[in-house]
Design a protein. Structure first.
Length: 557
């Protein structure tokens, strides 16, 4: 589909990530760029070292004589080798295919087959043995230098060749990457981005994020996801900051403190966990008292920020899914102003943002970035047109055509409202809206956000297809473990009554069902980007959802 970007192209991409790499290599070659924790220490890579290793990757790929544009998979959690491999793939004229480090057997095999992957670079994984076993025996694999990894060839051997002598540059309209969606419903789709589409977003993000070479970023959200790929990895080549990685989940706090990030992007689940960690050490009542005393508030707030490792940050953001307004206000009181942003794999995660932070706009996803045109359809669907929209779904022309309007706007599937300043509020996903037994439609997202005001709730899903009234499934947070069931029940009933008092009759929740099984990536109830797989969850809990209860709060083992 030919797409006309001329109306919104405010800053055309003229530099590729490779041209920026060569620039920093020449001007800042001995300065640190990547910091990789390894076996209790930290290995630092300069710009010159990164460029040298990327050229070695390119040289080895050239020796393998793959056809130009061959697909090379990176199946790993974030690490320095991820960046280096990506650059080497670009230099060799091939296409990168990231795979989430949490991907299961069916996803791994589907992506490898669908993209016709020629070689796979493998790193740290969530479920190493099962995931490695899922890779076909005839797939050439190169394993990064981390414990207990095996494959066809070691990383050390792979880059032991002489580097290429030149500094190749790509055609900006060439395919750069195929990013497979996280698959909350059905098989993942391969979103095709060229250098021009993805890098337009990365380059233009610098003005909003004010990213520069003096900044420090922690790269821990999956690089296989569009947000981390564009706003951290690719943006880093344009802005030139230092990038720090995380060694493991157990060392996360240590690694945040080591990095002292100046910009910090996270997702709702992790912001909630940060809040719960603070409240586990200081109950909300005590915190409220301390924050109400002007002379003490600043000291207490700074100690909390220091405890989180975020005291040096000047910008905080959240994306991937809505963050409950109550949580944003809670962080605002301690001096952490979280700007929500919105984007999709299909538009390079570059749609809108609440930048600069405004307290009166909490609950909004902000307004369109410069160069991005956002409108609402007659049905309230958010539709977007910009130079960073995808080219296509790989090998799926019918799905590609269905995703665009006749005049070239991407149909996002998100439903929203826009105020007179252009700030957008998402009211739900069109596909998540369900119909109750009474034939009334219910949008679950705002109800879920209202329930999340209760700090005893860590995860929630409102459902109710063909039920007389909607119900809420929820998982309790860590602070709830210190309370008895009767106390938890009463606090949840109070929340339920408060939420229901503000809903229309057909939206009111009949009851809350507390389950004791956390929703995780491992049990397939969350996507790799920590979104609830709503339809999978509804099927998983079908018997519980449709059972009859005579209490407003029910505990299920």
């Amino acid at each position: 589909m030919p797409l006309d970007f001329t109306a919104t192209d405010v800053s055309a991409v003229t530099e590729s990530p490779l041209s920026m790499l060569y620039k920093w290599e020449a001007s800042r070659g001995d300065e640190p760029f990547l910091h990789q924790p390894r076996a209790g220490g930290v290995e630092t890579y300069t710009w010159k070292q990164v460029a040298d290793q990327a050229r070695r990757v390119a040289a080895r790929l050239n020796q393998m004589a793959y056809a130009p544009g061959s697909r090379i998979a990176i199946f790993a959690k974030n690490c320095a080798e991820w960046f280096i491999a990506d650059l080497g793939i670009m230099m060799a004229g091939h296409v990168s295919v990231p795979i989430f480090g949490s991907a299961g057997e069916s996803t791994i095999q589907y992506v490898l087959q669908h993209a016709d992957v020629k070689l796979m670079l493998v790193g740290k994984l969530d479920n190493r043995e099962a995931q490695l076993a899922a890779i076909p025996a005839d797939c050439h694999t190169v394993y990064f230098p981390y414990p207990d990894l095996t494959g066809t060839q070691s990383w050390a051997d792979f880059i032991s060749c002489d580097p290429i002598n030149d500094s190749p540059l790509p055609n900006l309209d060439a395919m750069m990457t195929i990013i497979y969606t996280s698959g909350s419903t059905g098989q993942p789709k391969g979103v095709v981005h060229t250098y021009r589409t993805a890098c337009w977003a990365a380059q233009n993000s610098l003005s909003s994020l004010t990213l520069n070479q003096h900044d420090r970023l922690l790269s821990y959200l999956p690089l296989a996801h569009i947000t981390e790929r564009v706003l951290v990895e690719l943006a880093a080549f344009y802005g030139g900051p230092q990038i720090f990685f995380v060694e493991s989940l157990d060392t996360f706090s240590r690694d945040v403190h080591h990095c002292q990030p100046t910009l910090f992007i996270s997702v709702p689940r992790l912001w909630t966990k940060f809040q719960m960690g603070v409240l586990a050490k200081m109950p909300q009542k005590k915190l409220n008292v301390l924050l109400s005393i002007p002379i003490i508030k600043g000291v207490v707030s700074r100690k909390i920020r220091q405890g989180l490792g975020l005291d040096q940050a000047r910008f905080w953001a959240s994306g991937s899914a809505p963050l409950a307004p109550a949580i944003i206000r809670w962080f605002h009181r301690i001096g952490i102003d979280i700007s929500e942003g919105w984007g999709m794999t299909e538009n390079s995660a570059y749609g809108s943002a609440s930048v600069p932070f405004r307290e009166d706009k909490i609950g909004c996803i902000g307004k369109a970035y410069d160069g991005v045109d956002i409108r609402l359809s007659d049905e309230g669907e958010i539709q977007v047109k910009s130079p960073c929209n995808m080219v296509e779904y790989y090998l799926e022309p019918e799905k590609t055509a269905d995703t665009y309007t006749a005049d070239g706007y991407l149909k996002t599937g998100d439903k929203g409202q826009m105020d007179d300043e252009g700030y957008i509020r998402i009211t739900g996903r069109l596909k998540d809206i369900f119909k109750t037994e009474k034939g009334k439609y219910v949008t679950p997202s705002p109800i879920e956000a209202a329930l999340m005001v209760n700090s005893l709730i860590e995860q929630v899903c409102v459902t109710g297809t063909n039920l007389p009234q909607p119900v809420g499934l929820l998982v309790l947070s860590e602070p709830a473990e210190a309370l008895d069931e009767a106390t938890i029940r009463q606090k949840l009933i109070t929340t339920l009554d408060k939420v229901n008092s503000k809903l229309e009759s057909h939206q009111k929740l009949d009851h809350l069902i507390v389950v004791n099984e956390p929703w995780t990536i491992e049990n397939n109830l969350l996507t790799p980007t920590l979104k609830v797989k709503r339809h999978v969850l509804e099927e998983h809990y079908d018997a519980i959802i449709h059972a009859q209860y005579d209490q407003p709060v029910v505990f299920k083992a």
